[in-house]
Design a protein around this ligand. Sequence first.
Ligand code: NAD
Length: 389
Amino acid sequence: MKENFDFLMPSVNFFGSGVIAKIGDRAKMVNMSKVLIVTDKFLEKMENGPVEQTLRSLDQAGVDYVIYNGVEPNPKVRNIQEAKQVYLDNDCDGIITIGGGSAHDAGKGTGIILTNGDDITKLAGIETLENALPPLIAVNTTAGTASELTRHCVITNEETHLKFVVVSWRNVPLVSFNDPKLMLGVPPALTAATGMDTFVQAIEPYVSTNRNDITDGQCLQAIKLVEESLREAVSNGENLEARTKMVEAEMLGGMAFNNADLGYVHAMAHQLGGQYDAPHGVCCAILLPIVERFNLVACPDRFADLAVAMGENIDGLSIRAAADKAIDAMQQLNDDVGIPRSIKDLGADPKDFELMAENALKDGNAFSNPRKATKQQIVELFQQAYDAK
Ligand code: NAD
């Protein structure tokens, strides 16, 4: 538990059905006259989708824009280099990211190299940024990574296959938009993967060594909301109430990990994402019950709290038995929403596990994990995730 901490959030967070219509006026209010939109081709083409709705509002407010639509999942260094060039060629004075974590991180990365030097790989780590980024508004379309609120920017070096994180208060977007109506069309597998990322982002800060009383409350409420709504959002994507609860959970988990940090699930998931270009939420979900079973001995009472938040009845159980129930409930949620059990399905190869374990222990998320592991123990956790059936 940390007693002194900085609590970071964007200065304004628009939340609720239809809030996207306000983006033009807000962009004007923060003195944007020509913005770089950072998104992907799929979202750009979607009829009446998040990009079209944003552009409509910008047009109404008289704010000019240019679009960079080259964001790839697990955004690459080449994406931010390309986006930077478009920004400079068009004399832009702000950035609007539209999409999930990949678009937001690509936009943050673009801002970073515009003002902090061209080689982002040298800026990996914590509080490495000396200069402010251009103003950034994040329009979020998945629930999700919460990158629209966080100080993290996760980029993949396509040459080394290393996924690295730049963590800085300067990365926190100026304004975020979370409009659940923009998420109604997210397909079931993507809803499951991104929703499980939200779930992990509420579990890891709850057992983090950097947790505090504020983030504890956020985590428990986020877990309750995921339990109530993720299965429904996956099986009935048009249910606005379920989508709204998932966005609330996403924001709560984002606030929590932005301030209390994460753990080995994320540190290891980044290796799977970098090495195999695997979807982040699925990587996190598969690793969750395996890593938390390893962590359980470090703080069984915290895991017993998680069991209660997940709706498990722990009456009459020992703390250890209640903690075990929490891990079983995590696996059950994975199974219910269709997450595969093994990282074999992501293309993992055991010959890579040594190097991935070494890099996982250097990842910025590893330091707040409640139980310290050796490299060999991380290799074994990857192997368990590979052998799981
Ligand atoms: P994503 O941004 O990669 O998007 C995945 C796919 O979903 C894309 O093809 C996109 O076109 C599609 N999509 C997005 N919104 C949609 C919508 N409304 N309807 C239909 N399709 C839609 O996925 P993600 O899981 O949101 O982001 C993952 C990335 O975020 C990873 O690189 C991960 O490491 C990173 N991440 C960042 C943070 C942070 O705080 N910066 C935290 C966690 C994860």
